[in-house]
Design a protein around this ligand. Structure first.
Ligand code: ATP
Length: 310
C-alpha cells in the first residue's frame, strides 16, 4: 500500500474540470512526479491532498487511512510546500522555521534545535539572523521548503518548488530534495519541467486538462511509444498526409507532424535499417533523418499533441 493513494479525484470550478478522475499512488521512499503544463490541475490536486480543498468526488488515503477520517493525523504525516511563498518577510530565516515548528506542535526547544538542523541542511546558517525580505529568490524558496519539514514528515508535497529561480539555486534545491528522499521521505513533486521529472522522479504521471494521461517509470512511459527509437524526418510536409500513405499507421506511430518535421516511432520490433528504408520510400522528398531515443518530451507530445518546453 502506498503512503499516499488518491482515487478518482474530481474537482470542477464552474465549467472547468480542474481535476478529472485522477488516481495514483506514492510509495514509501519514492519521488512521484506530477508533470503537466500551467493550468493542468497540479495545484488543485495538491490542495485536495493537503485538505485545503474538498474534492467533488474521490478519496485521498494517507498511510492507509481516509484523509477526512482523521485530518490531524494525516497532516502530522505530511508536509506541504505551496507554490506561493508561505513565509514571513519581516522575520528572520530562523524565526520563520521556529514559528512553523511551534505550529506543527514542537516544543520551543525542539523547534529551536530542528530549525538549526534545517538551516544547516539548507546551507542557510550564515543568513539565519537576517530578515527573509533580504534573501534572494532561491534562498526564500529554501526557507519555504524548510518550513514544511520541522515535524519530519514521512510524505512531502512539493508544488513546483523551483519556479522562477536561477539554475544554480535550482540545482541546490534539487540536491536537497534528493537527500530528503535518500533519508526516507516520500515526495509528491509537481513540475512543468521535463528534465526535473526525468532526472528526479522514480514514477511520473503526465497530467493535462485535469486528466492523468499516462503514468509509470520513465522507461515504461518511453515504451508506450512502441520502441526504443524515434525517427525524425525533415521534409516539406505541408501537403502531405500520413493518413493517405498505404498501411503507414500499421507500421509507425506518429508522435508529431509539423510543416517541416515528422517524428514517428516504429510499431513492433523491427530492424532500424528496414524502418529507414521504409521511411525513405515515402512519397515525400526527405532531406534529413535523425534517429534518437525517445524522450519524455516525445511521450508528452504523443499524448497531448503539444510541446512541453522549459
Ligand atoms: P500552474 O502551474 O499554473 O499552477 P496547475 O497545473 O497547478 O497550473 P491548477 O492551478 O490546478 O493548475 O488549475 C487547474 C485549472 O483550474 C485551471 O484552468 C485554473 O484556471 C482552474 N482553477 C484553479 N483554481 C481555481 C479557482 N479557485 N476558481 C476557478 N478556477 C480555478
Amino acid at each position: 500500500m502506498g503512503l499516499l493513494k488518491v482515487q478518482g479525484l474530481f474537482k470542477a470550478f464552474g465549467a472547468i474540470r480542474a481535476v478529472d478522475a485522477v488516481s495514483f499512488e506514492v510509495r514509501p521512499g519514492e519521488i512521484y512526479g506530477l508533470l503537466g503544463p500551467n493550468g493542468a490541475g497540479k495545484t488543485t490536486t495538491i490542495s485536495i491532498i493537503s485538505g485545503l480543498l474538498k474534492p467533488d468526488a474521490g478519496e485521498v488515503f494517507v498511510a492507509g487511512h481516509r484523509f477526512w477520517s482523521d485530518p490531524q493525523k494525516a497532516k502530522r504525516i505530511m508536509g506541504v510546500v505551496p507554490q506561493e511563498l508561505a513565509i514571513y518577510d519581516e522575520l528572520t530565516g530562523r524565526e520563520n522555521l521556529e514559528f512553523w515548528g511551534r505550529m506543527a506542535g514542537l516544543s520551543s526547544s525542539d523547534a529551536k534545535s530542528r530549525a538549526a538542523e534545517l538551516l544547516e541542511a539548507l546551507t542557510l546558517t550564515d543568513r539565519a539572523k537576517d530578515a527573509v525580505k533580504t534573501y534572494s529568490g532561491g534562498m526564500k524558496r529554501r526557507i519555504n521548503l524548510g518550513c514544511a519539514l520541522l515535524h519530519r514528515p514521512q510524505l512531502l508535497l512539493l508544488d513546483e518548488p523551483t519556479v522562477g529561480i536561477d539554475p544554480q539555486a535550482r540545482m541546490n534545491i534539487l540536491e536537497f530534495i534528493r537527500n530528503l528522499r535518500a533519508s526516507g521521505t516520500a515526495i509528491l513533486y509537481t513540475t512543468h519541467y521535463l528534465e526535473e521529472a526525468e532526472t528526479l522522479c522514480q514514477h511520473i504521471g503526465i497530467i493535462d486538462h485535469g486528466r492523468l494521461l499516462a503514468e509509470g517509470t520513465l522507461s515504461e512511459l518511453q515504451e508506450r511509444l512502441g520502441g526504443d527509437r524515434v525517427f525524425v524526418l525533415e521534409a516539406d510536409f505541408k501537403d502531405a498526409s500520413p493518413d493517405a500513405w498505404d498501411g503507414f499507421h500499421q507500421r509507425f506511430r506518429v508522435i508529431q507532424k509539423t510543416e517541416r518535421q515528422l517524428a514517428v516511432a516504429a510499431i513492433g520490433t523491427r530492424d532500424p535499417s528496414e524502418c529507414l528504408r521504409d521511411l525513405l520510400g515515402l512519397p515525400v522528398r526527405v532531406e534529413n533523418v535523425t534517429l534518437k531515443r525517445p524522450s519524455l518530451n516525445d511521450v508528452f507530445l504523443q499524448l497531448t499533441g503539444r510541446e512541453l518546453r522549459e
